[in-house]
Write a protein that binds this ligand. Structure first.
Ligand code: FAD
Length: 438
C-alpha cells in the first residue's frame, strides 16, 4: 500500500512536487490550494481594462536541466526570449546594471569617490560580521553610500546590519578593480553579468501561464479553494476552513514556515519562528494609452524621490500584456516592513508622482493613464537574517522526523534558493527523497 502524500499549496514548489509524483506514476497523493487559481507568488492576473500583471517583475531563468526540460514540455514554443536591458536611475541619469561595473556614468567627483573607497577597502583586511559590513568591505565607502546601502534597504526593508551575507553567491556582482578601471578608461558598457542576462517570458498570460499549464497533468489530484487552517501532527491530519479533514502519511508543506508552525500549534517552536523575517511588497501596475517610449526591461531606484525599488516595462516582455493598440505598462514594486512602513491609501498617488520625479512619466502623461492595479504580497522576500540558519536548523530536522517536509520560497525560508526554478526543483527533489528515488 502506497503512503498517502498530501501537499499544501499549489505554487511552483507544490506544483513541482505534484508534477513529479504524476511523472513517477505515483497514485496516492493530493494537493490543496486556498486560492481558486494556482501559481502562488508566480501567478498573473488580467485586470478589467485588459492589462496583465505579475506579482512583481518575474524573469525566468534556470539552473537545472530538469527544469529546462519541464519548461520545454509545458510551454513549447510559447515564450519570448529577451536580452536583459536593466538600468539604475541615480543622480538624474541612467547607469547600466550592474551599477558597480558601470560607475563611469556617474559625475567625475563621484567616480573618484567610488574608486578611492574601493582602493582603501582593498588594502584593509576585514572580517565582516553582517551584510552592511560586507558591503563596505567589498565595495568601499563610495559605492556603498551611493548605491549598495540605499538600494538594499529599499528592497529588504530591514536593517542591513541584522542580515547575513552567505546567501550572496550569484545574487550580487562582486567587484573586480581591474575590470572597473578598464570600463572607465576604455568607456566600456559592462552589462552582461549574472544568470539572468537572457531570460524567457511566456507569450500569453504572464508568468502565471507557466503554472496554469501544470493543471492538465495534475487536475485529478488538485483541490482549489481548500484553505488549511490547522495541522494535527499527532493524528497526522490536516483540517480545512470548510471543516473537511484529511489524513496523511507524508506531508509536503509549501506555505510560510512560521504560519505552518502556528497552524500546527508546535508551541516549542513559536518563539523560534519569530527569528524568521520577511518583507512585503505592494505592486502598483500603471497602464498607459501611448506607445512605449523605451526598450528597457527593468530599472532600479535607490534614491528616495520615489517609493519603488524597481519598475518593469512589463509591456516589453510580451505584446499580450496590454490590450491591443498603442498601450504600455509599468509595474512598480514597493517593499515594506515594520521598519519601513507604507501608507497603502496613498501609495498609488506616490507611485505616479515617483514616476514623474524619475522622469519616466511627465505631468502631461497623467491623462493617458487608463488602468491602475494594486497587488499586496504580504510574504514577498524571505530575509536572510543573522539568526535564520540557527532557527531553520532547529525546526526542519524535527519536522522531518515526523514526516513533514517544508519546502519552497517561504516553506524553506531560504532566499538563495527561492526563485521559480529553485522552487520547482525543491518540489521534485523532496518527492525523490520521500520515495527514495535514486
Ligand atoms: C516581487 C517578487 C519578484 C520575484 N521575481 C522572481 C524572478 O524574477 N524570477 C524567479 O524565478 N522568481 C521570482 N520570484 C520568486 C517566485 O515568485 C517564487 O519562487 C515562487 O512563487 C515560490 O513558490 P512557492 O511554491 O515556494 O511559494 P508560493 O508561490 O508562495 O506558493 C505557496 C502557495 O501556498 C498557498 N497557501 C498559502 N497558505 C495556504 C493555506 N493555509 N492553505 C492552502 N494553501 C495555502 C498560497 O496561496 C500559494 O499558492 C519573485 C517573487 C517576488 C515576491
Amino acid at each position: 500500500m502506497e503512503n498517502k502524500i498530501l501537499i499544501i499549496g499549489a505554487g511552483p514548489t507544490g506544483l513541482g512536487a505534484a508534477y513529479h509524483l504524476k511523472e513517477l506514476g505515483y497514485k496516492n497523493w493530493q494537493i490543496f490550494e486556498r486560492n481558486d487559481y494556482v501559481g502562488g507568488l508566480s501567478a498573473s492576473f488580467k485586470d478589467s481594462k485588459g492589462f496583465t500583471w505579475d506579482i512583481g517583475g518575474h524573469v525566468l531563468f534556470s539552473h537545472y536541466e530538469y527544469f529546462d526540460r519541464l519548461l520545454d514540455n509545458i510551454l513549447g514554443k510559447n515564450y519570448i526570449e529577451h536580452k536583459r536591458k536593466a538600468f539604475i536611475w541615480i543622480m538624474n541619469r541612467w547607469v547600466p546594471y550592474p551599477f558597480q561595473n558601470n560607475i563611469r556614468y556617474l559625475p567625475r567627483d563621484k567616480i573618484f569617490h567610488c574608486l578611492l573607497g574601493l582602493l582603501k577597502e582593498k588594502v584593509k583586511k576585514s572580517n565582516p560580521k553582517n551584510f552592511k559590513e560586507w558591503i563596505f568591505s567589498k565595495f568601499g565607502y563610495g559605492i556603498a553610500k551611493y548605491f549598495m546601502l540605499p538600494h538594499n534597504y529599499k528592497i529588504w526593508s530591514h536593517p542591513l546590519e541584522k542580515m547575513s551575507y552567505n546567501w550572496i553567491a550569484e545574487r550580487i556582482s562582486i567587484i573586480d578593480i581591474k575590470r572597473i578601471l578598464r570600463n572607465i578608461i576604455f568607456r566600456y558598457d559592462d552589462t552582461g553579468w549574472g544568470p539572468n542576462s537572457w531570460f524567457k517570458f511566456p507569450s500569453f498570460g504572464g508568468t502565471g501561464e507557466i503554472f496554469r499549464r501544470f493543471i492538465p497533468y495534475i487536475k485529478d489530484h488538485l483541490f482549489l479553494k481548500k484553505e488549511v487552517v490547522k495541522i494535527n501532527t499527532e493524528n497526522k491530519e490536516i483540517i480545512f476552513s470548510d471543516g473537511d479533514r484529511r489524513n496523511y502519511d507524508i506531508l509536503i508543506n509549501t506555505i510560510p514556515l512560521d504560519e505552518f508552525i502556528r497552524k500546527a500549534d508546535l508551541t516549542r517552536f513559536l518563539s523560534v519562528v519569530e527569528e524568521l523575517k520577511h518583507n512585503s511588497v505592494v505592486v502598483v501596475g500603471i497602464g498607459i494609452k501611448k506607445p512605449c517610449p523605451s526598450d528597457k526591461c527593468w530599472m532600479y531606484f535607490p534614491e528616495n524621490n520615489c517609493p519603488f525599488y524597481r519598475v518593469t516595462y512589463f509591456s516589453n516582455y510580451s505584446p499580450h500584456n496590454t490590450p491591443q493598440g498603442d498601450y504600455y505598462s509599468l509595474m512598480c514594486e514597493i517593499a515594506y516592513s515594520k521598519y519601513k512602513p507604507v501608507n497603502k491609501d496613498k501609495i498609488i498617488d506616490e507611485t505616479i508622482q515617483g514616476l514623474i520625479n524619475a522622469k519616466m512619466l511627465s505631468e502631461e502623461d497623467r491623462k493617458f493613464i487608463v488602468s491602475v492595479n494594486l497587488i499586496d504580497a504580504k510574504y514577498a522576500y524571505p530575509v536572510p537574517t543573522l539568526d535564520r540558519d540557527k532557527a531553520l536548523a532547529c525546526i526542519q530536522p524535527y519536522l522531518e522526523q515526523i514526516n513533514i517536509y517544508s519546502r519552497g520560497r517561504f516553506g524553506a525560508w531560504r532566499y538563495e534558493i527561492g526563485n521559480m526554478d529553485h522552487c520547482v526543483m525543491q518540489g521534485k527533489e523532496v518527492v525523490d527523497k520521500v520515495l527514495e528515488v535514486k
